[in-house]
Design a protein. Structure first.
Lengths: 456, 109, 143
């Protein structure tokens, strides 16, 4: 029943738009809906693990003609963690009660719906539509979450991302020009048969679009203002959930739809990834508001994903996936702690900070390890050195952030207990995943097999 | 993909980018509208091309592409409306729509 | 000048609504489509807002129901999409299927595509009117 998460999402969206989101119970209703979608995604994961590949063509048209929704390892591998992250974020936000707007809960459900669609669709244009759905709702939430003079970042966010969407749309147009189909496997097959330079051109457009969305050098300019001037819940949503559109897009389009282009562009990807890590990490040091440090850190961490993709092959794809998920969880955790006070909050921040720096037993260690393995198997010394340097820089600026936040300031008032407990639970879950990373690593290797064609 | 369509896409895109590089937020918003529509026009031109696209009977245009463009136009329309409402909010907060002015004040002018 | 716009608004409003409904209904077989119908209706509302100013327009048109209209449209759209899935068929399937006999209302065949198009028309018309109404809230000169 691959349509189940969508059905839950759409019905919930209709209901939530009719209700008033400033009431507490509406927020909780949205959480129930998102948990429902999460449950449906887990059910799909179980089916995929069983060896099936649930798929359905909307409208009952024959495959290749209609829009195909399909669940494979890559799709559910992203859908399950991301929906889980959104559920956790919404839960904490409900407890905190800070962002009470009429359509807030409905918008969060729409973002979940859009992301589910992005991960589970097998049609290139449908991918575009769903990711625009998520981005549109994200624009609205960002605008609502940046009150007063900070609302100008909503415009920056929108304009930058609309430009990315335009590039993507032109790429999709190019794909249709070249192959006459929108179904991902068909496009992939037809592109493989076409020796002309069109695939490379289209791939460059799609790459540029995803780089813009992920906020990677040289398109990272919009991330620091937007992430730092939006209030905590929205920033957490952006960094923890929406950035995954970029990671998933790169994996899906680079790994499955246009693998030749990915291989051709290896050097470019490695270079951009390395530059991003450098720029992001260096700029993160000695920033003042913690949110800005986190913003630059997000930029840097996304660079690692690009590095992994550049390495390619079995190890590279697995590392890219693991790192993307690990980073989302860590950033969601870190951004949620902005504005909260109390001892448990410090612990939660610590878990996130250790994860970013790559220290065991936090989650990030697993990600860094996967990257190391990939780099080592490439026998490129400079790659390993770069990753180590990046980790050192990350340790440095995270330490600074922790100092700034929790040591220098005398804090008298604490956030309500439920918020602290919520953050504590989230941090514990992240820690648990770091101590027991098998599910994540297992999914990563399945995905790598899927994309690299079974050649470890 | 005939010359007129290509020219149209190029002009729209160029004009849009030119506007986006300006100072006034309204111009930037108008620029994004233009480049979005340039992309839509490009997408539509995919339906009039010959190539690997399956022949749709005697006519040359592909109805699927028209549906795609329609969807894309809806999205563009929605985003433009949202962008302009955000501009309204910015105006209410800053009393100006000039990006350089906003940056100056934001830096502590 | 504004008198000219007002005159045109008076003349064109009702025919525009008729055209909008026609687009929604003709959607599945002829030209037209739910979205274009909704957009034409929205344009008609924009014309009235321009010709009469926000104050007068609010007296003439029930703009406070714009959100409700959009909501009903949304409900219809989601229902049409989800209902087949609940009943076991793939979502958004057209009932009755192509080739089978359909219930006829005069010259129109009633199928789920028609309902879907009407829903979209309502959603778009309501949405556009809502945006226009909110945007014109504080503006306009008193006559």
């Amino acid at each position: 029943m691959i349509f189940l998460p969508f059905a839950i999402g759409w019905i919930a969206a209709v209901v939530l738009f009719a209700l008033d989101g400033t009431r507490r119970w509406v927020g909780w209703l949205a959480l129930v809906a998102i948990l429902g979608m999460f449950g449906a995604a887990v059910a799909l994961l179980v089916q995929v693990a069983d060896g099936q590949e649930p798929a359905i063509v909307v409208g009952g048209w024959p495959a290749g003609l209609g829009i195909r929704l399909r669940a494979d390892w890559l799709g559910v591998g992203f859908a399950v963690p991301v929906l889980g992250i959104i559920a956790a974020l919404l839960c904490i936000e409900n407890l905190r009660g800070g962002l009470r707007t009429r359509i807030g809960p409905a918008l969060t459900v729409l973002i979940s719906l859009g992301l589910t669609g992005v991960f589970l669709t097998g049609d290139v244009f449908n991918f575009y539509v769903f990711f625009e759905l998520s981005m549109g709702s994200a624009f609205a939430i960002t605008a609502l979450a940046s009150r007063g003079r900070h609302v100008r970042v909503a415009a920056t966010f929108m304009v930058a991302n609309i430009f990315g969407s335009v590039l993507f749309l032109i790429g999709v147009g190019g794909l249709y020009h070249a192959t006459g189909s929108l179904d991902m496997p068909i496009v992939s097959a037809r592109l493989g048969a076409d020796p002309a330079g069109t695939p490379l051109l289209v791939a460059s457009l799609l790459l540029a679009a995803f780089l813009l969305k992920l906020g990677i050098f040289p398109f990272h300019f919009w991330v620091p203002p937007v992430y730092s001037e939006t209030r905590a819940p929205a920033a957490a949503l952006l960094a923890g959930a929406l950035a995954n559109i970029g990671s998933y897009g790169l994996l899906r389009f680079g790994g499955e739809v246009m693998p030749d282009a990915l291989r051709t562009g290896r050097v470019v990807l490695l270079a951009i990834g390395a530059a991003t890590i450098l720029v992001g990490s260096v700029l993160a040091i000695s920033r003042q508001p913690v949110a800005e440090i986190l913003a630059y850190s997000s930029v840097a961490q996304n660079g690692y994903i690009l590095l992994a993709l550049g390495m390619g092959g079995y190890a590279g794809f697995a590392a890219a996936y693991v790192y993307a998920i690990v980073n989302s969880i860590a950033k969601a955790l870190l951004f949620s702690t902005t504005g909260a006070r109390g001892p448990l909050v410090g612990g939660a921040f610590l878990v996130g900070a250790m994860s970013t720096a790559g220290l065991p037993p936090a989650l990030g260690f697993v990600g860094k390890l996967a990257l190391f393995r990939a780099a080592w198997s490439e026998r490129e010394v400079w790659l390993v050195a770069w990753i180590v340097a990046g980790a050192l820089l990350a340790f440095f600026y995270m330490f600074q952030a922790f100092q700034q936040r929790f040591w220098m300031v005398e804090e008298h008032e604490r956030s309500s207990r439920s918020v602290r407990v919520g953050l504590g639970v989230f941090a514990l879950a992240a820690l648990a995943l770091g101590v027991w990373p098998e599910p994540l690593l297992g999914t990563g290797s399945r995905i790598a097999l899927l994309l690299a064609g079974g050649q470890p | 993909m005939n010359l007129a369509l290509s020219l149209g896409v190029a002009i729209l895109f160029g004009a849009g980018i030119r506007l986006m590089l300006g100072r006034d937020l309204v111009r930037i918003a108008a620029g994004t509208l233009l480049i979005s529509n340039a992309a839509n026009l490009f997408l539509m031109s995919a339906g009039t091309a010959e190539g690997l696209a399956p022949a749709q009977g005697p006519t040359n245009s592909d109805p699927l592409v028209q549906t795609l463009v329609l969807t894309s136009l809806v999205i563009t329309f929605g985003f433009t409306a949202l962008l302009f409402s955000i501009l309204q909010a910015i105006y209410r907060a800053w009393k100006t729509l000039d990006t350089r002015e906003i940056e100056r004040r934001g830096r502590g002018g | 000048m504004s008198l000219l716009v007002q005159g045109m608004a008076r003349l064109l409003f009702l025919p525009s609504i008729v055209v909008a409904i026609a687009f929604c209904v003709k959607g599945s077989t002829g030209e037209g489509d739910g979205f274009s119908g909704g957009l034409v209706a929205g344009l008609a509302v924009a014309l009235v807002l321009l010709g009469f100013g926000p104050h007068e327009a609010r007296r003439i048109l029930p703009l406070r129901y714009a959100a409700a209209v959009a909501g009903v449209g949304f409900l219809i759209v989601v229902g049409t999409a989800v209902l087949p899935a609940i009943l076991g068929a793939p979502p958004l399937q057209n009932r009755p299927p192509t080739g089978a006999q359909a219930v006829r209302l005069g010259a129109i065949g009633v199928n789920t595509a028609l309902i879907f198009n009407t829903g979209i028309g309502a959603l778009v018309a309501g949405g556009v009117s809502l945006v226009l109404a909110r945007a014109s809230n504080g503006s306009g000169r008193r006559r």
